[in-house]
Design a protein around this ligand. Structure first.
Ligand code: CTP
Length: 207
């Protein structure tokens, strides 16, 4: 059976993970693989940590889409992949990898996931999670300090220098490719129900 591929884009800290969990909660499926685009940030073992902190991680060129496309095709052919794991505190790809088995539903999630035409074409359903910029910034500040080992100053500088301009240049324009735009600041239960029905329909058709 060919897996259903769902691509979930949206600005940084827009709540992509939460929306994915809501969809999965209603699907009651055991066979799901979630692949975060973040894990495909390019390895940068040849530059120093100080240099790595200044890389523009919100530009499409910072991600290894060739590897991700190869992995999606491998999963589609029914074979497992050895997925890289990204280490945010060290700003680099970690030395460990994770085996991901082919599943009925494959979710691809990331701010820039819809910028690559190959990934868009491989996806059955494309979603864009939307949330106000100020709310996203506050959430990112809290998260990066708590979970990614960052300081207040580093989060603010990165936001102003790269995250915000790249959001307007690369992330936001991909909204036009989305089949459904999900507002994440008020009740989006209907949008989630529509997406869940669509996934169920594709699963029934391909069974
Ligand atoms: N990033 C970073 N440092 C790195 C690599 C990436 O700060 N070494 C940041 C990029 O600036 C990018 C962000 O990671 O903006 C992408 O992650 P984000 O979408 O914010 O995380 P999710 O948990 O996937 O978001 P959501 O809250 O929507 O689930």
């Amino acid at each position: 059976m060919k897996p259903v591929i769902i691509a979930v884009a949206g600005g940084s800290a827009s709540g992509k993970t939460t929306v994915v969990n809501e969809i999965l909660g209603k699907l009651d499926l055991k066979s799901v693989a979630i692949i975060k685009h973040d894990d495909y940030y390019k390895a940068q073992h040849n530059i120093t940590l100080e240099e790595r902190t200044h890389v523009n991680y919100d530009h499409p060129s910072s991600l290894d889409n060739d590897l991700l496309v190869e992995h999606i095709r491998t999963l589609l052919s029914g074979k497992p992949i050895s997925k890289p794991i990204y280490d945010f505190e060290n700003y680099d790809r970690s030395s460990k990898t994770e085996i991901v088995e082919p599943k009925k539903v494959i979710i691809l999630e990331g701010i820039l996931i819809l910028t690559d035409e190959r990934i868009r074409q491989l996806s059955n359903i494309k979603l864009f999670v939307e949330l106000d910029d100020d709310t996203r910034f506050i959430r990112r500040l809290q998260r990066d300090i708590k979970e990614r080992g960052r300081s207040v100053d580093s989060v603010i500088n990165q936001y102003l220098n790269t995250v915000k301009p790249m959001h307007h240049k690369y992330v936001k324009p991909t909204k036009r490719y989305a089949d459904v735009i999900i507002p994440n600041d008020y009740n989006h239960g209907v949008a989630v129900d529509i997406i869940v029905s669509r996934i169920q329909k594709i699963l029934e058709e391909t069974e």
